[in-house]
Design a protein around this ligand. Structure first.
Ligand SMILES: [Zn+2]
Length: 348
């Protein structure tokens, strides 16, 4: 074994390894090649075994050239490997590119607010603009908050289980949002100016104008020297904002336990302009009833510890379903709860 033979064998092994690297066409071929050119058993490293046949003077030089040849092959392999990975990445970036400006494949229809929600939002918007805060309360109430504190007589028919949903453990589903007035007055001192929107419950068979679940908005204002004139001005402003700016309003005396005097408010029919002849909306009367109202009964003020000699207030309440039916010309309350998209879509 001579140094010259080693050089020839080494040169041959290096050329063969470099050729293999050169020829590897894909990453799978590179993976197969890796142990052969890079590992301990690569043909170049195997030449180390021949060092024993050389003289002591020749061995360091021979070891150095073997290591240098191996390093060149490994550098060529690493360069090729990196180039192939970069090419593969570029190809993926090209083929998987997403054009975010293209329209979606399955455009989803836009949802819209339910007509009751739209109506409620509009009512809240109008009163908020007049300075009212929104208050809420529980839907499961006690008889105290739902009836007693609101001046309902012990034998009032609304207390009957044929009219109200009583719960097995006591209490009932609130029949109006008026309990919120009591709860609010217990925790706030006048001046008070709130509206209380929410769900209410009464035992009713479903027909064109009745549903066991419906929505109310109540209003309450308590301060010094509050009069019917304030009530009139407030509700007239509301009716005009809701139904039309040039419509007249009128009050008719009525009875609710928690107000004195009590009234129902009519607004001039927006459909026929108050003429009434053959009009479906106002049933030819020229007027449409929209809400109940009155001055807060002294007993209600007393029930929360207020002195009726010092403060007074007005309250009003309206059904959101009724307002929505009037506003949109809807003839049956059932439409609101059946979730028929053909109906709901008209309000989108
Ligand atoms: Zn009319």
């Amino acid at each position: 074994m001579s140094l010259e033979t080693l050089h020839q064998d080494l040169d041959q092994a290096e050329q063969a390894a470099l050729a293999s690297v050169e020829q590897a066409g894909d990453s799978a071929a590179m993976d197969r090649l890796r142990p052969e050119v890079m590992g301990k058993k690569s043909p170049i490293r195997q030449l180390m075994k021949m060092l024993g046949g050389l003289s002591a003077d020749e061995r360091p030089e021979a070891g150095r050239v073997i290591n240098e040849a191996q390093a060149r092959v490994e550098a060529a392999f690493a360069a090729k490997d990196a180039a192939m990975k970069e090419a593969a990445l570029n190809q993926r970036l090209e083929t998987e590119r997403i054009d975010v400006t293209l329209p979606g494949a399955f455009p989803l229809p836009l949802g819209a607010l339910h007509p009751l929600t739209q109506t409620l939002n509009e009512i809240v918007r109008i009163f908020t603009a007049m300075g009212y805060d929104t208050a809420t309360g529980p839907e499961v109430e006690t008889e105290h908050y739902n009836f007693d504190a609101l001046n309902f007589a012990p034998n009032h028919p609304a207390r009957d289980s044929h009219d109200s949903f009583y719960l097995p453990g006591g209490g009932l589903l609130r029949t109006h949002t008026s309990p919120v007035q009591i709860r609010y007055m217990q925790n706030h001192k006048p001046p008070i100016q709130i509206i209380a929107p929410g769900r209410t419950f009464r035992v009713d068979d479903v027909d064109a104008t009745h549903s066991p679940v419906f929505h109310q908005v109540e209003g309450l204002l308590v301060d010094e020297n509050v009069s019917l004139a304030h009530l009139n001005g407030t509700l007239t402003a509301f009716a005009r904002a809701m139904f039309g700016s040039d419509l007249a309003t009128r009050f008719r005396a009525s009875y609710f336990p928690f107000v004195e005097p009590g009234a129902e408010m009519d607004v001039q029919c927006w459909e026929c302009g108050g003429k009434g002849t053959g009009c479906r909306v106002c049933k030819s009367s020229g007027w449409v009833e929209i809400l109940g109202a009155g001055l807060v009964h002294p007993n209600v003020l007393k029930s929360v510890g207020l002195d009726p000699q010092k403060v007074s207030g007005f309250a009003f309440g309206m059904g959101v379903e009724r307002i929505a039916m009037l506003r949109y010309g809807i003839s049956s309350i059932r439409n609101f709860y059946e979730n028929d998209v053909r109906f709901l879509r008209q309000f989108a």
